[in-house]
Design a protein around this ligand. Structure first.
Ligand code: DCP
Ligand code: CA
Ligand code: CA
Length: 367
């Protein structure tokens, strides 16, 4: 049977895996990445942890002191979040993924949907090989592993992906989709939060099977037409949401290594000009305008710094990027005595009017 084929790619233990990437000695230790609130040494919360730390019971969102307690007596490493670095890695992976799909929709720093119906010719067997090929390519080029869910639509791809991590590949074919969802609790559906699932439970709806069998008119009477129909369709594995290319990326960036460590402005600008060319090409292809230009520098001690400037008016041209980058670099060199090893150029703050707002999206935001 021919089917639409959608993939959801979700990078494994992402922030912690990025930390392992730049420091491979972390790999055999529990690694916890957290946001430090600064009041005391361990006040704050866990952003994520590697799978070794998870074995000790560490979870995202947990207070750091609790994670410390769980890992007492181990050689666990605690690190502060470095969003700029994770976004650089994320951007590189997204750039590798993009040509594999007819459409790519980035939904967060570590997740993207890929429309691959044509590439897999509607065959889930072909989609399996295709997914493996993409995994191998990202692994060899960037060194990051991810999990993939493959399904006849976004809804199924997402839930399929969650069933097998890390380095998972889960395929749910069109004809299997309804049975796959049936036994799961309703809150596995996007848009069914605590409040909604409590109301559903009071109606005797616990599993997605219960929801699928529930009268759609009653759902509409309780939640309104759009959510009611959405719940009914989703429970029946029906999801027509397209994989939307537009507005998917929050930034466009490139990073590169200097031929030698340096703090010579003109020498560094040769490199950033090259990077700017590539960024400007992407800006043109995606027809976006940006409000922010940033530089990212990695110093010889491998620490990273970022500097940004917000433009008075949105721009979309290469000269604006070059001018801003020069200003930022001059300023940075004036402030820091360190040698620079790597540099990056980024544009962000894309114009709002290009980001399509859909009814369903606004429904999720208020739910
Ligand atoms: N994150 C966070 N705070 C949370 C949850 C997540 O800061 N409460 C961040 C850190 C994660 C990233 O978002 O690395 C992606 O979140 P995921 O839920 O996809 O979790 P991971 O990628 O860490 O792990 P998994 O392997 O389960 O996907
Ligand atoms: Ca995720
Ligand atoms: Ca993830």
């Amino acid at each position: 049977m021919q089917s639409r084929i959608v993939m959801l790619v979700d990078f494994d233990y992402f922030f912690a895996q990025c930390e392992e990437l730049r420091n491979p000695t972390l790999k055999d230790k529990p690694v916890v990445v957290g946001v430090y609130s600064g009041r005391t040494e361990s006040s704050g919360a866990v952003s994520t942890s590697n799978y070794l730390a998870r074995k000790f019971g560490v979870k995202s969102g947990m207070p750091l002191f609790q994670a410390k307690r769980k890992l007492e007596g181990t050689d666990a490493v605690f690190l502060p979040v470095d969003h700029v670095y994770y976004e650089q890695i994320s951007d590189r992976i997204m750039q590798i993924l993009r040509p594999y799909a007819s459409n790519l929709e980035q939904v967060s720093v570590d997740e993207a949907y890929l429309e691959v119906t044509e590439q897999a010719q509607g065959s889930f067997e072909a989609a399996r090989d295709y997914a493996q090929k993409i995994k191998a390519e990202v692994k060899s080029q960037v060194g990051i592993s991810f999990s993939v869910g493959v399904g006849p639509n976004k809804l199924i791809a997402k839930i399929a992906c969650d069933t097998q991590k890390p380095d998972g590949l889960t395929i749910v074919k069109l004809e299997e989709a309804k049975d796959f969802l049936a036994p799961l609790p309703v809150d596995r559906l996007l848009g069914v939060g605590k409040k909604t699932s409590a109301v559903m439970e009071s109606l005797g709806i616990k599993t997605i099977r219960d929801l699928a069998n529930f009268d759609v008119q009653r759902l509409v009477a309780i939640w309104g037409r759009i959510p009611g129909v959405y719940f009914h369709n989703a429970a029946n594995a029906v999801d027509l949401e397209p994989v939307q290319e537009q507005g998917e990326a929050e930034s466009i960036s490139r990073i590169g290594t200097l031929k030698q460590d340096s703090r010579d402005l003109e020498f560094i600008l040769q490199k950033t000009d090259e990077l700017t060319e590539e960024v400007a090409k992407d800006v043109a292809t995606r027809k976006v305008s940006f409000r922010q230009v940033s530089i990212y520098v990695v110093l010889t001690d491998l620490s990273g710094r970022t500097r940004s400037v917000t433009l008075e008016q949105a721009a979309n041209d290469r000269e604006t990027i070059k001018r801003s980058v020069r200003g930022l670099l001059e300023k940075f060199l004036g402030e820091s005595p360190m040698q620079i090893r790597r540099v990056g150029v980024r544009v962000s703050g894309f114009s709002k009017e290009e980001q399509r707002q859909k009814q369903l999206t606004s429904f999720f935001q208020t739910n």
